[in-house]
Write a protein that binds this ligand. Structure first.
Ligand code: PLP
Length: 356
């Protein structure tokens, strides 16, 4: 291979393993893989193809993402988590078997204006306290009874937890009890749990669970790292230059790192334009020739630098793992004051994906 040699290897058997693991935690629920944002950077088409035999539907954020999957031959129903942005989208959803989230009562009016046959399957989103999307819980009973004729046999009542990754936070159970009451009143099955709720709140498991980060091997609950999941993406770049600098010399823009001893510095062909986090701190780990090394200096657009003084074997063109099998993406995320979701979904298009 010529040119830049930065590759994200996607391990589809690890993906399937993680799916089976989370699916097995909720035996009475169906698990819907959430593959928005190009499957959190892993490639939505390939991820959907790998999971298609195991699942009955997948979720994306909006219409454009669903169309990419449909045009690539994925035949599953596809839920649009953000629903239709304009009324014209609804008949496309009906034609393509995209399920659409209704989260504002105006969307029920859009549906009513259409002939039966052009109405897609709807899921209904209730705002039980997250205050981002959904019909406010205080209005929900009225909106549901006014629109009951628009429900179909696949209609699900849906809500999203604000803090399911905090096991001591009472918010999750308070959100649960308010939607349980609605579900009973209207005889509608529920979908509530995201990855942290699937892992940490079994009482929230309902007809459908929505599995995102856990599928990709990220920690759903930081305080309870899950040893049953496997990393799916391994991000590898190569050493494209090596030099030795003297104690007192500095590395990179702004001279933010000063060598305390004579140091060997390896430069890698990856930077923030590839999705490596620009705010990664000094010492952020990477893995080279069987050892951990630490980032030095600022992250540039196309390059980063590591102190490899203690790994004598390092030479030009060696592979370096930025995260994956040996360095967890959650550890790198913590060095960059962010979460694994952000790093995985942020791997940019110029990084080649390779599927194994
Ligand atoms: C992204 C998303 C999910 C998946 O969340 P994870 O924490 O990644 O499991 C579930 N539901 C909704 C509504 C989402 O937007």
């Amino acid at each position: 291979m010529l040119g830049r040699q930065t590759i994200a290897t996607i391990n589809l058997s690890a993906l399937e393993h993680n799916f089976d693991y989370f699916d097995g935690l909720a035996l009475n629920s169906k698990t819907m893989p959430v593959i928005k944002a190009d499957a959190y950077g892993h490639g939505a088409v390939e991820v959907a193809k790998a999971l298609e035999p195991k699942v009955s539907a997948v979720a994306v954020a909006f219409l454009d993402e669903a169309e990419i999957l449909r045009n690539s031959g994925i035949q599953l129903p596809i839920l649009l988590l953000e629903g239709a942005m304009k009324p014209e989208e609804l008949s496309i959803c009906a034609r393509e078997n995209f399920w659409t989230m209704v989260h504002r009562k105006e969307q029920f009016d859009w549906l009513r204006d259409l002939p039966d046959i052009q109405r897609p399957t709807v899921w209904i989103k209730i705002d039980s306290g997250m205050h981002r999307l959904g019909i406010p819980i205080s209005e929900a009973a009225k909106v549901l009874s006014d629109n009951a004729e628009l429900f179909c046999s696949d209609t699900i009542l849906c809500s999203h937890f604000a803090s399911a990754d905090e096991l001591a936070n009472p918010m999750t159970l308070s959100q649960l009890s308010s939607v349980l009451a609605l579900s009973e009143q209207f005889k509608l099955p529920l979908s509530l749990s995201n990855s942290p709720a699937i892992q940490g709140w079994p009482q929230t498991h309902q007809a459908w669970n929505r599995l995102g980060i856990g599928l990709y091997g990220g920690d759903a609950i930081i305080e309870q790292p899950n040893t049953n999941v496997k990393p799916v993406m391994t991000l590898v770049s190569k050493v494209i230059a090596l030099r030795t600098i003297d104690a007192g010399e500095t590395v990179g823009y702004g001279q933010t790192w000063t060598a305390q001893r004579k140091s060997r510095i390896a430069t890698l062909a990856i930077g923030y334009a590839d999705g490596y986090p620009r705010h990664a701190k000094q010492g952020t780990p990477a893995f080279i020739n069987g050892q951990r090394v630490g980032l030095v200096g600022r992250v540039s657009m196309d390059m980063i630098t590591f102190d490899v003084t203690d790994v004598e074997t390092v030479k030009y063109h060696d592979d370096v793992e930025l995260w994956g099998e040996n360095i967890s993406v959650d550890e790198v995320a913590s060095y960059a004051d962010t979460i694994s979701y952000d790093l995985l979904a942020g791997v940019s298009l110029r990084v080649k994906r390779c599927y194994v």
